[in-house]
Every structure is written in structure tokens, then in C-alpha cells.
Design a protein around this ligand. Structure first.
Ligand code: DX5
Ligand code: ZN
Length: 216
């Protein structure tokens, strides 16, 4: 997997025209499609689940990146892989047996990511970093699109980079929340490999152009 990747978040798409928006992303320079699943328990919001995954699978030509903001994600990860997820990320805070859940995702045939909330320190990953394919650092508190970027994320990128290097890990660093044209280049420079962007892409007049600009 190469670096400087953009993963537009479907959460900010127009659900009345989901197929149209997915096709717009197919024709754009976006690399991944970020799918935010929320259960109203782990986060104070409910988004969507398998019926939307079916539409994604039918129409998307991009790498499908599923971000599970749900309790007991181990109950559903295999089904998400079956439904077309190329990568499934689970929250550190939602997994009692994180090691087992990461292995379950990988054994199901997908890449596995671990997500940290803004208040969870990077050092909690010390004993799992060797196994994971991706570390997702939340740069807002999960649950909603369109929130303000938390600047402490830069420090956490540096700490994650150190942890990856000192363990000879190949994990990618993904940033999610409040990414926009003002901070994207700085985040890539700081060591991020993948940027999720919801509001910045879908509320712009020209989403495809914005995706292109986020990579510069
Ligand atoms: C937030 C989600 C994000 C969200 C990002 O809980 O995980 O993926 O869609 O949206 P923006 O880019 O608008 O902050
Ligand atoms: Zn997300």
C-alpha cells in the first residue's frame, strides 16, 4: 500500500444519491472509501450498516475501509469482510480481547486496523503494533462529521511513527476527523499515510477537485 492516500467518508455523502456519490468517487483520485458504522452505544449517533455496505459493494471500485464505532465489534467483523470490506478497523476502547479480534479480521481475509480515541494514549498499542495493518488516530471524538480537528493529534502521529519504527511494523497511520485543505499537507508531512475526509470533500462545490487538492 502506498502513502498519501485519501479516504473520503461516506457519512457526509448524499444518501438520496448514494450510487451517484460512489460513482463520483470512482472517477476521482480518491484511494479508499471510508465507511463509518455507528451503533448509538459506543458513540452517541447511529449511522448505517449492512444495507449500505451492499450498495457500496455493488458500486465502489475503491478499497473499502470500514471504521466500526460499535460495541462488541467481534460479533460483526466477519460479516463486514463477507460484505466486501478490504480493511476493518475496531476501537481499542471497544475491544476486551483486541488481539483476538484483530486476528479474526485477518483470518477472515481483510486487513485489520486499531483505532484510538483522542484521549487514549499511543502507548496502549505497544503489544499489538506488530500485528496490525493500520493505526487510526481519531482527531475528533467519534460520532459526527464536520467537527473541529484536535491539534494534539500531531504529537500522537510522531509517537505512533516511533512505535512503528521501533517494532519494524508496516502499519499505516490514518487520521480521521476535521481533515481539510488547511491541515492535509501538514498531516502528511507529520507522518500520516491515509487521511479520511468527509465534510471537506462532500460540502465542497467540486468534491473531485478537493480530493485532488488534499493530496498536494
Ligand atoms: C467521525 C467519523 C469520521 C467522519 C469524518 O466519527 O469517524 O470518519 O465522517 O468527518 P469529517 O471529515 O467531516 O470530520
Ligand atoms: Zn471514520
Amino acid at each position: 500500500m502506498k502513502n498519501k492516500l485519501i479516504a473520503p467518508s461516506l457519512l457526509s455523502a448524499d444518501f438520496g444519491h448514494l450510487k451517484r456519490d460512489i460513482e463520483m468517487l470512482n472517477d476521482s483520485q480518491s484511494d479508499w472509501l471510508h465507511v463509518d458504522v455507528m451503533d448509538g452505544r459506543f458513540v452517541p449517533n447511529i449511522s448505517f450498516g449492512f444495507p449500505v455496505m451492499k450498495t457500496v459493494k455493488e458500486h465502489s471500485k475503491k478499497f473499502v475501509d470500514v471504521h466500526l464505532m460499535i460495541v462488541e465489534p467481534e460479533k460483526y467483523v466477519e460479516e463486514f469482510v463477507k460484505q466486501g470490506a478490504d480493511l476493518v478497523s475496531v476501537h481499542y476502547e471497544a475491544c476486551t480481547h483486541l488481539h483476538r479480534t484483530i486476528q479474526l479480521i485477518q483470518d477472515s481475509g481483510a486487513k485489520a486496523g486499531v483505532v484510538l480515541n483522542p484521549s487514549t494514549p499511543v502507548l496502549m498499542l505497544e503489544d499489538i503494533i506488530e500485528l496490525v495493518d493500520l493505526v487510526l488516530l481519531m482527531s475528533v471524538n467519534p460520532g459526527f462529521g464536520g467537527q473541529k480537528f484536535i491539534k494534539n493529534t500531531y504529537k500522537k502521529i510522531a509517537e505512533t511513527k516511533d512505535l512503528i519504527l521501533s517494532n519494524n511494523s508496516t502499519a499505516l497511520i490514518q487520521i480521521d476527523g476535521g481533515v481539510n485543505l488547511d491541515n492535509a499537507a501538514k498531516l502528511f508531512d507529520a507522518g500520516a499515510d491515509v487521511l479520511v475526509a468527509g465534510n471537506a470533500v462532500f460540502s465542497s462545490d467540486n468534491p473531485a477537485k478537493t480530493i485532488e487538492l488534499l493530496k498536494v
